[in-house]
Design a protein around this ligand. Sequence first.
Ligand SMILES: *Cc1c(COP(=O)(O)O)cnc(C)c1O
Length: 394
Amino acid sequence: MRQFIPFALPQFGEEEEQEVVAALRSGWVTSGERCQRFEAEFRAYTGAAYSLAVNSCTAALHLALAALDIGPGDEVITTPLTFCATVNTIIHVGATPVLADILPDGNIDPESIAARITARTKAIIPVHVAGLPCRMDEIWALARQHGLKVVEDAAHAAGTHYRGEHIGGAASQSDVVCYSFYANKNLSTGEGGMVTTNQQDLYDRMRILCLHGINKDAWKRFTATGNWFYEVLEPGFKYNMSDILAAVGIHQLRKLEAFTERRAEIARQYHERLADFEEMELPAGTLEGRHCWHLYMIRLRLDSLSIDRAEFIEELRRRGVGTSVHYVPIPLHPFFAPWRDRPENQCPVALAEYPRLISLPLYPRLAAADIDYVAEQVGAVVVQSRRLPALASH
Ligand SMILES: *Cc1c(COP(=O)(O)O)cnc(C)c1O
């Protein structure tokens, strides 16, 4: 039998291995010289003015909202089609999440955001779903008009460009951009994340909040030129990245352009092989920048198939193809019950799209034969479960 093709796999090489060993042998394993290098290279890559390595994107989002002083009584608008972390962190700071509906491309709908803005709204968190850039011009216009902050959940979007530059770059009007380096993300350190900003005051606040609210990091306390004395300015968090993970990140970042090109090539091959099946819709590209193809999300046309999404996924699993669903919409999770029934959280488009969504395997390690096999099997499941058109009556 053919080997199972997992939905996602990271790709590490000797460069990462050697740098991790060097970090371990150096004796400095918490945030230090390697984190500083990773941050500097990440600034150079994205064009952002400031960067801070953290231990997850969840930490990054929490840090951003806390540094922006968002809290009880405030509303934060985000999308229903995201990972729970986007909404959990809004709740962690004591603010109220508000869900705007999505566009057919999966990203948050600026018109729906506009309809949700109240006197309490403080911030918008767009998510670049699958690596497709959101309509940032429209989101920034709303933010300017209403005095709102913009925090991008860029967990999928390391490598995504918008209007000629990397998201979060020099021309970005967002306040903070949050990246994830989780196991299955385009750049992986196992666990990890990064915040970038173009505002020095926000960077300074996040740097302090990231390490207990201490005014001096370990590097400035324990190295030869350091000094033992420190003070806690406010009760912060423990969100800094370890140098062991930064060692991985430095080399993953250097490979990210090659990874992104490979991902785009795989997406192109899926497009080519699946385009003729009318029983599904393929993911849209973008003319406003560069899709980084974190995910390849197909949408089934359920009325033309005799099976539902769960059966489709099960059939692919039986044939040795791993898939996933991005995402169970936020309002369907039990934790969201207190906010679910409010009129401002109704998102019919997201709820209608959800039963149709399947994400196919897409990662640089996917072999040419695996890409062929996945496309072939998806096609075979469609053909086998095609609903015959009703006979025309006349
Ligand atoms: C992965 C992910 C996160 C959380 O990232 P972590 O680094 O695991 O905390 C947040 N938002 C989205 C959209 C994600 O996909």
